[in-house]
Write a protein that binds this ligand. Sequence first.
Ligand code: SIN
Length: 315
Amino acid sequence: MNAAVASNTESVQVTPLSAFIGAEISGVDLTQPLDTHQIAQIRAALLKWRVIFFREQFLTHAQHVAFSAQFGELTLGHPVFGHVDGHPEIYSISKYRKATRFEGQALLRPWTGWHTDVTAAVNPPFASILRGVTIPPYGGDTQWTSLVAAYEKLSTPLRDFVDGLRGVHKFTPPAGASATSAFEKAVQQRALVTEHPLVRVHPETGERALYVSPSFLKHIVGVTPRESQAILELLWEHVTRPEFTVRFKWEPGSIAFWDNRSTAHLAPSDIFDLEFDRQLYRTTLVGDVPAGPDGRASVALEGSPVNAAAAVALN
Ligand code: SIN
């Protein structure tokens, strides 16, 4: 078939994977432009299921960018850690990019490693689209959790309490990373620190999400350090409860597309105990500035907003 005239006329099927989060999408070829109905169906599935998965979509970097651009403006690959040479919108997620991060095993808690992408920025990307290329035969699964389900399953008094709180998010080196590591140098060169509400109102659905990205949220504003730590540990334990999560087994050609306004996710750590390689590529879509139930927006304490890659290229 001539790619220039290929069309994408299949109808999108949505198969849910758990009670609160995750659905597999089939009946669509992501190497081709989508029609407006397919875009609307995929977007509706993303809002409802928060992370959606596609199988057997063997995209090039250019096709990955083209697919992503149908849902929003792309950011540069990563505001701190850069991008793939020649592909400003693509961020490489390779097994060894942060190989030092588990040296601090003693500091691990069940929520260690869970995060929402780039919440140290005042406008974290609204969505991320991750494409599997080299996948281990076993191990290397990714998990996502619904921050909306987590919020809704808090007791009413606790919901009322967290509704008014705000927290400071920043990038810090992983436990055990040396002061001279490439990770730390990158973080120092591009400091990003933001105060976000602890409860974020989703701009499209109006739902409230417990916006507590465990790896980046460092403390709650206006309370003592001990109070902050105790409250955060309670909330982090809560958001990572298995019933709010879905676990995805990657294959080459798999794609995960998630809403960062209502989810957190956990990259696998078992890959460091396996000899297999693992290589994925990610794009992210420019997000808005979060607001809490009281309408107060997030405030950048250090660093500038994450702009569209196209805008950055013009500067
Ligand atoms: C990510 O945190 O965006 C990557 C997740 C993964 O490597 O599975």
